[in-house]
Design a protein around this ligand. Structure first.
Ligand code: BGC
Length: 774
C-alpha cells in the first residue's frame, strides 16, 4: 500500500509551504515527493529584492526625464524601419524593452549598444510570447491543465525558458491564467480552465518553471502573469468585450491564480484589454494599486497589453491619448506595450501636473528592479556559443509525456481501446487533423515549426508499418464541407479492422480574437463521423481542438473518444502511445463540457439555487402535454431541452484500468476555526494494468454569509497505482483553505461542511465535519 499525503493550499500558504510529502511503499521505503505548489519562491524575497530595489532607486536618481520615459516604453521589432535609427534610439535610451525581437546576434548587438553606447548603460529587456513552448511545443495550456500535473507543467515551462533564452529572450508573456466559464472565448485555449484551485497550482508551477531556481541564471526568464484581471469573463465569450464580475467572484475565483503567480515570485504582470465593471483593467486603480500593490505587496512591474493604453480612448474611458497615458500611469501600468502614448505625453502631463514625477520614478524603479534582479546589468548578453538546446531529445520526450497526460478519455465502450498493434491487420486513419502539423501545435505559437511536429498519422505508421495503415483525409481541413472524399473514406473503412478518426478544430479557430458563437465541430466532420459509425467497424474518435466542443452526438456515435486538445510537437507519438496501450489515458477535464452553447456558463462550482432540479423533477420539453395549463408547482432550475446536467463534469476522465475508492476518514469530525482536519481515503487499482489516477478533494460550505458554491476543489494528487495495489491518500485541509471573501472581508466561517474524495466533481466518497468557533 502507498501512503500519499497531498496538501491542499490557499493563497496565504503558497510561499510559506515548502512542505514535502512522504510516500511509503510496502517495504517502508520512504520516497519524498516535493509538492510543486507551495515550494520555495523564485524571488528569494528579502535581500535580493532589496538590493535590486536600492540599485534601481540609485539609477533613477541619475536619469534624465527622457531616459525615464524610455524605460517605460516597449517597442516591437520593426518599429524603426531604418536600422541606424533603431541603433540611435537604443543609444538615446528611447525604449527600455523590445518585443518580438530575438536571435543571439541581434540581441547581443542591441544589448552592446545599450550597455556600451547609451549614457547610463541600461540593458534592454527582451520579451516574447512563449506560451506553451518555444520550439518544442507542448499542449496548449488548457491541455496541460488536463494533466493535473504541476511538476510536469513546471518542467515544460523550464524547457520553454531554456529554449527561448538561448535565442536572447529574457521575458515570457506567460503564464496566461485567466479563468473562464465560456468555451466560446477563443482564449480559453491559453488558460488553465474554469477552476481557481487547479489554475492556481498550475500558475505557481508555470512561474517557477520560467523563472528557474535563480533569476540570474542565463536560462531564467521573467514571468508575466496575464491578463490582470477578468479578461476571461468577456461577455458571451466575445473577445475584448466588457466584463461584469462581482467582488466575491473576482476575489474567490478570478484573482486566485494571480495571487499564486505573485506568490511564486512572478516578476511582472500584464494588464488587460477589457474593462472590469466599467473601469478598464489597464487603468484600474482598484486591481492594480489596491489589490496588487497594497494588499499583495507586489514589487515587480506591470506592463499594458498591446496598445491597451491608447485603447482607453476607444473604450470611452479617456478623452484622448494624453488622458489615456495619465490614467494608465496613475493606475500603476509601469510600461506601455507597442504604442507610444507614454513617450508622447509624459512630459506634457508633468507640466500640466496631471501626473507626478514620483509616479514616473516609481514606474521606472519597478522596471529597473526587475532588470537588476535578472542580472541584466551584470550580463545582458546571450552566449552565442552556448549550447543551444533547441528540440533536445529529452525535451521532445517530455513534450510527449505531457501530451499523453493531457489527453482525456471520454468514452471507451466495450474496451475498444487500447488497440493491439500485434493483432491489427489493417487500420484506416481518417480525418482532417490526422496529418495537420501546424494545427496540432495550437494557438499562440510563434516559434514552433510545423516541420518538427510528429503527426498522429506518422506516429501510427511508424508503429504499425506503412502497409497496415491506410489514410484518407475525408475532409481537407476542419471547416471543409466538401463531402467528395466520403465514399473513399467509407471504402477504406470497409477494408479495415478499426477506424481512427481525427477531427476537431484547426489552430486558427481558437486563441486571441478567435471566439466562436457555436462550439460544435466545424464543417462536415460530424457527418463524416456519422457515416463511419454506420459501418459498424470499431470507431475510435480523437478530437484535437482548442476548446471544449459540444460533442454530445459524436460521443454517442463513437465507440471510444480521446480528447487530445492541440497536443503540440509530439501529439502524434503521444496519441499512438495511448491508442496502442503503451500507457493508459489519465487526463481529467479542467473545464465542464456543455451540451450546447445555451448552457453557457456552466461550471461545477456554481452557487446553490433554492430550486435545484433532479432526475425526477426535470420535465423534458417533448414530454410537456400540449396546452398544458400554467401551474406554479414544480418549477426548477433547468433547461427544457438540455436538462440540468452538463455533457461531462469537471474533473472527468477515464482510464484503461478501474479505480475503486474506499475508507474515507477524517482525523476528527470537527475542527477549530484556526485548525485543520486530515482527510484520508484509499484508492485501489482494481483493473488489470498499472495507471495514473488523479484523486480529487472537494468541499462544500453548507451555509455562509453569502451562498457558497455547490462544490469547491481544494486538493488533488496524480498517483501512479500498480494493478491490484491500494494507495492511501491524505489531504490536510486547513481552516484557511475554507476561507472566502464575502463582499466585506475574507474569513473562514464556522459551520457544517461536506467533503468528498473522488475521481471527478460529480462522484466521490462523502463525509462531513464542523468548523467550530474558537
Ligand atoms: C495579447 C497578449 C500578448 C501580446 C503580445 C496581445 O494581443 O493579448 O497576451 O502577450 O499581444 O504579443
Amino acid at each position: 500500500m502507498q501512503t500519499v499525503q497531498a496538501h491542499t493550499a490557499n493563497k496565504k500558504k503558497l510561499t510559506a509551504r515548502d512542505k514535502s510529502m512522504k510516500l511509503f511503499k510496502h517495504s517502508l521505503l520512504a520516497v519524498v515527493v516535493i509538492l510543486s505548489f507551495g515550494s520555495t519562491s523564485c524571488d528569494r524575497g528579502g535581500q535580493v529584492a532589496e538590493e535590486a530595489e536600492a540599485k534601481a532607486a540609485k539609477m533613477v536618481a541619475r536619469m534624465t526625464l527622457d531616459e525615464k520615459i524610455g524605460q517605460m516604453s516597449q517597442l516591437f521589432d520593426g518599429y524603426f524601419s531604418d536600422p541606424e535609427q533603431f541603433r540611435q534610439a537604443i543609444r538615446d535610451g528611447r525604449f527600455g524593452s523590445l518585443l518580438n525581437f530575438y536571435g543571439t546576434d541581434k540581441v547581443n548587438e542591441a544589448q552592446r549598444i545599450a550597455v556600451e553606447e547609451s549614457r547610463l548603460g541600461i540593458p534592454l529587456l527582451i520579451g516574447r510570447d512563449v506560451i506553451h513552448g518555444y520550439r518544442t511545443i507542448f499542449p496548449i495550456p488548457l491541455g496541460m491543465a488536463a494533466s493535473w500535473n504541476p511538476d510536469a507543467v513546471k518542467e515544460a515551462f523550464r524547457i520553454s525558458a531554456v529554449e527561448a533564452s538561448s535565442q536572447g529572450i529574457k521575458w515570457a508573456f506567460a503564464p496566461m491564467i485567466d479563468i473562464t466559464w465560456d468555451p466560446r472565448w477563443g482564449r480559453i485555449a491559453e488558460g488553465c480552465g474554469e477552476d481557481p484551485y487547479l489554475a492556481s497550482t498550475l500558475a505557481y508551477a508555470m512561474v517557477q518553471g520560467l523563472q528557474g531556481d535563480s533569476l540570474t541564471d542565463p536560462t531564467s526568464l521573467a514571468a508575466c502573469a496575464k491578463h490582470y484581471a477578468g479578461y476571461g469573463f468577456a461577455e458571451a465569450g466575445r473577445d475584448y468585450a466588457t466584463t461584469y464580475i462581482s467582488e466575491p467572484v473576482l476575489r474567490n475565483v478570478v484573482l486566485k491564480p494571480f495571487r499564486a503567480a505573485k506568490d511564486a515570485g512572478a516578476l511582472t504582470f500584464m494588464a488587460g484589454f477589457t474593462d472590469l465593471n466599467g473601469v478598464p483593467t489597464s487603468a484600474n486603480e482598484f486591481t492594480l494599486k489596491q489589490i496588487l500593490r497594497d494588499e499583495w505587496g507586489f514589487r515587480g512591474f506591470v506592463i499594458s497589453d498591446w496598445a491597451s493604453v491608447p485603447q482607453l480612448v476607444d473604450q470611452g474611458y479617456a478623452y484622448d491619448e494624453r488622458d489615456a497615458a495619465a490614467k494608465g500611469i496613475k493606475a500603476g501600468v509601469d510600461m506601455e506595450m507597442a504604442t507610444t502614448t507614454y513617450f508622447e505625453n509624459i512630459k506634457a502631463l508633468l507640466d500640466e501636473k496631471k501626473i507626478t514625477m514620483e509616479q514616473v520614478d516609481n514606474a521606472v524603479r519597478n522596471i529597473l528592479t526587475v532588470k537588476y534582479k535578472l542580472g541584466l546589468f551584470d550580463n545582458p548578453y546571450v552566449d552565442p556559443d552556448g549550447v543551444k538546446k533547441i528540440l533536445d531529445p529529452s525535451f521532445l520526450e517530455h513534450a510527449r509525456k505531457v501530451a499523453r497526460q493531457s489527453t482525456v478519455m471520454l468514452k471507451n465502450e466495450n474496451s475498444t481501446l487500447p488497440l493491439s498493434a500485434d493483432k491489427i491487420k489493417s487500420l484506416v486513419v481518417i480525418g482532417p487533423l490526422a496529418d495537420a502539423p501546424r494545427d496540432q501545435m495550437g494557438t499562440w505559437c510563434f516559434d514552433g515549426l510545423p516541420e518538427n511536429s510528429v503527426t498522429p498519422l506518422k506516429a501510427i505508421r511508424d508503429l504499425l508499418g506503412e502497409k497496415k495503415v491506410e489514410y484518407v483525409p475525408g475532409l481537407k481541413y476542419s471547416r471543409d464541407k466538401n463531402k467528395d472524399q466520403f465514399s473513399d473514406a467509407l471504402a477504406a473503412a470497409g477494408r479495415s479492422d478499426a477506424i481512427l478518426l481525427f477531427i476537431g478544430e484547426e489552430w486558427i479557430l481558437s486563441g486571441e480574437g478567435q471566439s466562436r458563437g457555436r462550439i460544435d465541430l466545424p464543417g462536415a466532420q460530424s457527418e463524416l463521423l456519422t457515416v463511419l459509425a454506420a459501418t459498424g467497424k470499431p470507431l475510435v474518435v480523437i478530437v484535437m481542438a482548442g476548446r471544449p466542443l459540444s460533442i454530445g452526438d459524436e460521443l454517442n456515435e463513437s465507440d471510444a473518444l480521446l480528447y487530445a486538445w492541440h497536443g503540440g510537437t509530439m501529439a502524434g507519438p503521444a496519441l499512438a502511445d495511448l491508442i496502442f496501450g503503451k500507457e493508459s489515458p489519465s487526463g481529467k477535464l479542467p473545464v465542464t463540457f456543455v451540451k450546447g452553447e445555451g448552457q453557457i456558463p456552466f461550471y461545477y462550482y456554481m452557487t446553490k439555487t433554492g430550486r435545484p432540479a433532479t432526475e425526477g423533477t426535470w420535465i423534458p420539453m417533448d414530454k410537456i402535454p400540449v396546452e398544458n395549463p400554467q401551474s406554479s408547482l414544480g418549477y426548477e432550475s433547468y433547461h427544457l431541452d438540455y436538462g440540468y446536467t452538463p455533457l461531462l463534469p469537471f474533473g472527468y476522465g477515464l482510464s484503461y484500468t478501474t479505480f475503486t475508492y474506499s475508507d474515507l476518514s477524517l482525523s476528527d469530525n470537527s475542527m477549530s476555526i484556526t485548525g485543520s482536519v486530515t482527510v484520508k481515503a484509499r484508492v485501489t487499482n482494481s483493473g488489470s494494468r498499472d495507471a495514473d489516477e488523479i484523486v480529487q478533494l472537494y468541499i462544500r460550505d453548507r451555509v455562509g454569509s453569502i451562498i457558497r458554491p455547490k462544490k469547491e476543489l481544494k486538493g488533488y494528487k496524480r498517483l501512479n497505482i500498480k494493478k491490484g495495489e491500494t494507495a492511501e491518500v491524505e489531504f490536510i485541509l486547513t481552516a484557511a483553505d475554507l476561507a472566502f471573501f464575502n463582499g466585506r472581508e475574507t474569513l473562514t466561517e464556522p459551520g457544517e461542511f461536506d467533503v468528498w474524495v473522488g475521481p471527478n466533481s460529480d462522484e466521490g466518497l462523502h463525509a462531513e465535519f464542523i468548523v467550530k468557533k474558537n
